[in-house]
Design a protein around this ligand. Structure first.
Ligand SMILES: Nc1ncnc2c1ncn2[C@@H]1O[C@H](COP(=O)(O)OP(=O)(O)OP(=O)(O)O)[C@@H](O)[C@H]1O
Ligand SMILES: [Mg+2]
Length: 810
């Protein structure tokens, strides 16, 4: 298996012959990669030229100059990292040596093939991990024996970092993967279960609390859940972990928190400081190098001063710094960042001076919290005015930000837009913020402790409200940009974008709903993203935001936005099967649209009311409403909406047994979807046509149509649609005299409906129950039916699809 090396911001995968820089592949030929791989494998040792040439040109004799060419290419590539051009040392006439930062990364997903769903969402850290070998060993043992392991310790001591690494190391022990839930940005304890369901991409389900939903999903799973930075949500995390421990026997929880959860069965592990030299130790360059705190300090200094080395001369100062900082990694990183513009001795003197002031002249050690605070103070004081201002303002984000967000939100005459990138880089260099890759986009965030500090500073200065307003305005713009994506082929892109910013969106909405920010802006955001809440299954939360904002915004202003928000709230209510509320909300929306003379809006409201009536089984009312809506849509020429309404009408006719009308409506809908190239629509129409054929007893046609629909849906993903298709196949199987086959397919469809949180609507219940009863009756006994059903549930999604598509054996 290919090993991946972490080389500063680079990753080298020797087997795949690939090198990436901050997540993006860099152009290095295979020979250069081979040379680099050998150098890195033998890091810190000289590698003779002959060996390198053997590696790059196996079995071929080449001129030495060729090797020189490869080495320069590699150096050019490495120079993208600060100091990277010095990472390969030349030993004149003999060979080369790699002296840059290297560590081996545990193999994340061996044998993962393209297309399988990812088994982890751990981010790739951009800096190397130092030491912690012993802790990793101990933790690995503890994790194998305990189902709840909490890493405790002071701020900045390295809990999060250690948890990520241990999680990455043990990934192969959890067949359902390792999932990181970041809680630092969350302020509402009520959202803890939801944040977990979000990470696992679970939808809500009617009549179930989120915790029930979560445990139902987790019960059969073998996975590791990492709850990071739980300290400010202890009670909520304790409640959740207790439930999971009790109900999901194969799930293991790894928590980081300044305090333990105090839950039964919890194993705590106090994360120690990095090892540091004892005061009595004979301090020479050689014996200092074994200490982790010294290594971390040197590595971080080397990011800026590649030639930095521990010498007998600077060793005493270095030892003193590490002791003073109590081996706290965050403090060490902050101090090391000063080491780019000062000698180690000077850093030490400054610390000594500063700490003496803090301890009132006594030489006794500062408490940890103060040590860290003093370090942050120090780093902050040394920033330029513009950097300080930007740093304070960045604390208005929750869950990180992108470069462009910082540019839009945090700038004014004192912080120049053009300079933001430079400032961010400088702040990251000083460890005041972290840059991370997520899906090849760089996101920045403040570490927990540092974020608190920045927020405090912003409040002290006043003006927090101004920056929160800017934050709100920015997220309105982002939302309006994402909204059109939600209606087209880039749906997933839009949804992911919103999901990434969910913490920021919550913060912005809360600001707007609290009466401090502009409530209409908040309402506008909520009205634009209800579809996100619906498709990603955040029904409860979406409805809460919409109703809070509908209440907060003045009822006589921004009526068009209000109408849109009402429609969103109504749709979410319908999805929750709260039909009375849904109808009331859509009616209110309809009234507003009529007042505004908004034809399109009227059509939408009528269509929505029709959908509610349909689910309640009020076919006559539903048909009337949909037809009225259809007439308006036709007039407006909105073809996608026309196709959709036709489809609804077709379904309605089918459920009422009027197959001729059903077919006519569905075929017209299909034609439009084909012209629009709307695959999702095509799959819906053909599947529904398949259902009509099946109802009429034309099973060959039915199978052909259902098959077409399922193939598209498999391509598009989306388990809910697949469940609908499978149910169609099951009915045909039953009709063709294979009740066992039908039971298997239904069984799997049921599981998909559970997993996506989309139960059967009441209008379909009757048919469904009747079909199942007759399948049951057709089998020799109940247990045969039940066991077929369970076989189907246990199939993988791919197998279930394959089984449905396969030709039935009579
Ligand atoms: N072993 C290590 N090697 C390299 N860097 C480390 C190590 N441990 C911690 N760090 C770095 O130190 C900083 C603080 O670490 P981390 O965020 O893990 O602390 P924490 O204990 O989770 O703090 P908080 O309580 O504020 O959440 C980070 O920049 C992290 O990358
Ligand atoms: Mg942490």
């Amino acid at each position: 298996l290919g090993i991946t090396y972490e080389i500063g911001p680079f990753r080298l995968n020797a087997a795949a012959k690939a090198v990436t820089h901050a997540g993006t592949p860099i152009a290095l030929g295979p020979r250069a990669v081979a040379v680099l791989a050998l150098l890195v494998e033998s890091a810190q040792e000289y590698v003779p030229k002959a060996r390198l040439m053997d590696e790059a040109w196996p079995g071929v004799i080449v001129e030495e100059a060729n090797l020189g060419v490869q080495i320069s290419a590699i150096r050019r590539a490495l120079a993208q990292a600060p100091g990277g051009e010095y990472w390969i040392e030349t030993l004149a006439r003999r060979g080369y040596r790699f002296v840059g930062p290297v560590s081996k990364l545990p193999n994340k997903t061996p044998g993962d093939t393209v297309g399988t769903s990812p088994r982890s969402n751990l981010p790739e850290p951009l800096t190397s991990l130092v030491g912690r070998e012993r802790e990793l060993k101990e933790l690995q043992k503890l994790l194998a024996d305990h189902r709840l392991l909490t890493l405790t310790g002071a701020g900045g001591v390295g809990k999060t970092r250690l948890a990520m690494r241990i999680a990455a190391t043990v990934i192969d022990s959890y067949s359902d993967g390792v999932w990181l839930v970041e809680l630092a940005a969350l302020s509402d304890p009520g959202l803890v279960p939801q944040t977990v369901t979000e990470v696992l991409a679970l939808k809500e389900q009617q009549g179930k609390s989120l915790t029930e939903r979560l445990t139902q999903y987790l019960r059969p799973k073998r996975l590791l859940l990492v709850l990071d930075n739980a300290e400010h949500l202890l009670a909520a995390c304790a409640r959740l972990t207790e439930t999971v421990l009790r109900q999901c026997p194969q799930v293991t929880l790894l928590v980081t928190s300044r305090e333990r959860l105090a839950v039964q069965g919890e194993q705590t592990y106090r994360v120690p400081s990095l090892s540091m030299p004892d005061p009595g130790l004979d301090i020479s360059a050689q014996n200092l190098a074994q200490f982790e705190s010294v290594q971390l300090f040197s590595e971080r200094v080397r990011l800026h001063r590649p030639h930095f080395a521990v010498t007998d001369q600077n060793a005493p100062a270095l030892a003193s710094i590490c002791r003073r900082l109590d081996g706290i990694p965050l403090a060490i990183e902050l101090a090391a960042a000063r080491g780019r513009s000062m000698s180690i001795e000077e850093v030490n003197q400054q610390l000594e001076h500063g700490f003496r002031v803090l301890t009132g002249g006594s030489r006794s050690a500062l408490p940890r919290q103060q040590t860290l605070r003093a370090l942050i103070d120090w780093s902050y004081d040394l920033l330029s005015d513009a950097e300080q201002a930007l740093f304070r303002r960045l604390s208005v984000f929750a869950g990180g930000w992108t470069l462009s967000a910082a540019e839009q939100v945090c700038t004014d005459e004192s912080v120049d837009k053009e300079a933001v990138l430079e400032h961010l880089t400088s702040l990251a260099d000083k460890t005041l913020l972290v840059a991370e890759e997520r899906d090849s986009v760089t996101r920045y965030r403040l570490l927990e402790t540092v974020g608190h500090y920045a927020r405090e500073r912003l409040r002290e200065r006043g003006g927090e409200a101004h920056w929160r307003d800017r934050h709100l305005a920015y997220f309105l713009a982002l939302t309006l940009e994402a909204e059109p994506l939600l209606k087209g082929p880039d749906l997933e892109v839009g949804l992911d974008r919103l999901e990434t910013e969910h913490d920021n969106l919550r913060l912005a909405l809360d600001w707007a709903a609290s009466g401090r920010g502009d409530s209409v802006t908040g309402l506008r955001i909520a009205a634009a993203i209800w579809w996100f809440w619906q498709t990603r299954g955040h029904l409860r939360e979406g409805r809460q935001w919409l109703s809070r904002l509908l209440a907060a915004a003045p009822a006589t202003e921004a009526l068009a936005i209000r109408a849109k928000a009402l429609r969103g709230a109504g749709a979410l209510a319908r999805e929750q099967a709260d039909y009375a509320a849904a109808e009331a909300l859509h009616r209110e929306s309809l009234t507003l649209r009529r007042e505004l003379g908004d034809q399109r809006g009227i059509a939408l409201a009528l269509g929505s009311l029709g959908a509610v009536a349909l689910e309640l089984g009020n076919y006559d009312a539903a048909r009337k409403l949909e037809e009225e809506s259809l007439a308006i849509q036709r007039e407006l020429g909105d073809r996608a909406s026309v196709a959709q309404v036709l489809n609804n009408l077709g379904e309605m006719a089918r459920l009422q047994g009027d197959y001729a009308t059903a077919r006519a409506r569905l075929e017209e809908s299909l034609t439009i979807y084909r012209e629009l190239g709307n695959q999702w629509g095509i799959s819906t129409s053909v599947t529904n046509l398949g259902e009509v054929a099946s109802a009429e007893g034309d099973f060959a046609d039915a199978l052909a149509l259902l098959r077409k629909g399922l193939l598209i849906r498999r391509e598009l993903g989306g388990q809910w649609g697949i469940a609908l298709s499978l149910e169609g196949f099951a009915r045909v199987a039953l009709a063709l005299g294979s009740p066992g086959r039908a039971a298997r397919i239904w069984g799997h469809a049921e599981r998909l409906r559970e997993e996506t949180g989309s139960p059967l609507p009441p209008s379909e219940r009757g048919h469904y129950d009747r079909h199942i009863a007759s399948a049951r009756a057709a089998m020799s006994d109940d247990s045969a039916f039940d066991s077929a059903w369970h076989e189907g549930r246990a199939m993988t999604l791919e197998d279930a699809i394959g089984y449905a598509l396969s030709v039935p054996d009579a």
